[in-house]
Design a protein around this ligand. Sequence first.
Ligand SMILES: [Fe+2]
Length: 207
Amino acid sequence: MADLLVGNGFKDVGYLRQGIVGWGNLLVPKRINPESDNYALYQFNRPGKASCSYLLTCGKEAMVFDPSRNIEAYIGLAAQRDATIVRSFETHRQADYISGGPALAEKTGYAMMAARSDFEGADFPFEAVADNDCFSFTAPGPEIRAPHTPGHTMGSTCYLIGNKYLLSGDTIFINTSGRPDLGGKWEQWARELYLTLMLRLRGLSDD
Ligand SMILES: [Fe+2]
């Protein structure tokens, strides 16, 4: 393709070093919270898929949220911070990409956490997250609360970190909410999503 472009007079032409597969796997981490916090939260932007995943580290431990299959990126950044991954979490069963959770669990020996209603019958092991389960680190740090927020999927779960950062999966975005129609039960799921937004998330700070 690049040859064709050059042959047609284009000059500023380059190859993607690892091709489209490399582009699909690319993860770009960005620190979200202030350096002065006693924990670090990174957002991994995946431009090839327009999706995000997160790494939360505190002391020697790290947790990952919605990992993609490029699990070395999370393991590498955790190692850079002298931490190892002790858990991964899914916000929901994604319709548009394959989770790295099972691979991460196999590699680290730690559990993949997910809502039972989204992952029932899966052929890989996971531990169920129930409504408002709380998780913490060994070192002093943020608590992670997991409100069940059905609507985009029936198992959709958000993770509220230190009562400040809401990892919302596809439940809510900056200007809109997730689609309730992808499971073919839009009437029921739209009702659930409405209740989630009005009763479960509206009480949170607008930030
Ligand atoms: Fe989704």
